[in-house]
Design a protein around this ligand. Structure first.
Ligand SMILES: [Zn+2]
Length: 323
């Protein structure tokens, strides 16, 4: 049995490059796998390993000045859902692209029990799912607004157009809590007063309240992609984009130039050989269909294509796109 953790801490890092380098060295020597981002505002990570490795990692992070109070969301997994270790510096540990957002000025943190009480109280509120559309599609709290957005940094504009009355009680949630830490600050800055965020996010709620009032499952950013929230209700709420039948598994389109992550059943994956559309099936940059691995995230273009594919992709990424 392995352990997978998710954590963040908004604690200023004066030299992010140096911090990340030392942190990566420690993780590498420990044999940890995962994805860790460091910025001047703090750290955000998800990692997997044996119980012993994870314990050593937690002890290490909590031994660093400013990170003593780091909270970890933890889950068991029967494999390590990361192919490698990534530890690097980013502009923000979660990208909202709004300057001057200080997470210390955020909303009230509601414990899972408090959150559940508000949901059961009959009180009037608006609930916002601050995750991306492909995440909320397969699972969300009952009655939540689920903005149809592909990036977290699209939320500020959405908020400007959403017409949410300023005197409404606001509840917001995300996977592990980090996105609420920033979005709640933005809402308070813009004049909402009663702003509340689910402490520890859906993953913490799943552990403490067994997913009461949550429908479907939770998208996670590791190779598992989807984890259960309510153990008594495992029925998918989303539908396969190929067959239209209930499904909550994801496939990265086998056309490497598309690589879209979409909800797809096993039947749909076989039918389209892992592609999202007829057009993608005609691509010359198609990964061979591999049913064994079709339901794991795929970004390993270099296993199939050479440098010219990389150059083409980088050229197209450099030109301004919709996002
Ligand atoms: Zn496609």
């Amino acid at each position: 049995m392995y352990e997978v953790i998710l954590y963040y801490n908004f604690s200023p890092v004066s030299e992010p490059e140096k911090f990340a380098k030392q942190h990566k060295k420690f993780c590498k020597e420990l044999g940890l796998k995962g994805r860790i981002y460091v910025s001047s505002e703090g750290i955000n990570g998800t990692a997997g390993g044996t119980k012993e490795q994870i314990q050593q990692y937690k002890d290490h992070l909590r031994s660093l000045p400013g990170f003593e109070d780091t909270e970890f969301k933890s889950d068991e997994a029967d494999y390590i859902p990361f192919a490698k270790l990534i530890c690097k510096v980013r502009e923000e540990i979660v990208a909202l692209h709004v300057d001057g957002v200080d997470p210390k000025e955020g909303g009230n943190h509601l414990s899972p029990a408090e959150w559940r009480n508000v949901m059961e109280s009959g009180e009037d509120y608006v609930m916002i799912d601050v995750r991306n559309n492909y995440e909320s599609k397969i699972g969300h709290f009952k009655g939540a607004l689920k903005p149809d957005l592909e990036n977290f940094y699209d939320f500020p504009q959405w908020l400007d157009e959403a017409n949410i009355p300023k005197d409404k009680k606001v509840l917001m949630y995300c996977t592990g809590g980090i996105r609420c830490e920033k979005f709640s600050v933005l809402m308070k800055d813009k004049g909402w007063d009663d702003v509340n965020q689910l402490h520890g996010g859906i993953l913490n709620y799943a552990k403490e309240e067994e997913g009461a009032h949550f429908e479907g499952k939770c998208f996670v950013f590791d190779d598992r992609l989807v984890v259960p929230v309510n153990p008594k209700d495992l029925a998918p709420i989303a539908h396969c984009e190929i067959t239209g039948k209930p499904a909550d598994t994801y496939v990265n389109c086998a056309n490497m130039e598309c690589n879209k992550l979409f909800v797809c059943s096993e039947e749909g994956a076989f039918q389209m050989e892992g592609c999202c559309s007829e057009e993608c099936m005609k691509s010359e940059y198609r990964r061979p269909f591999d049913p064994e691995n079709a339901f794991r995230p795929f970004r390993k273009w270099y296993n199939y294509f050479g440098e010219d594919f990389k150059a083409r992709n980088e050229a197209s990424a450099a030109t301004p796109s919709k996002s």
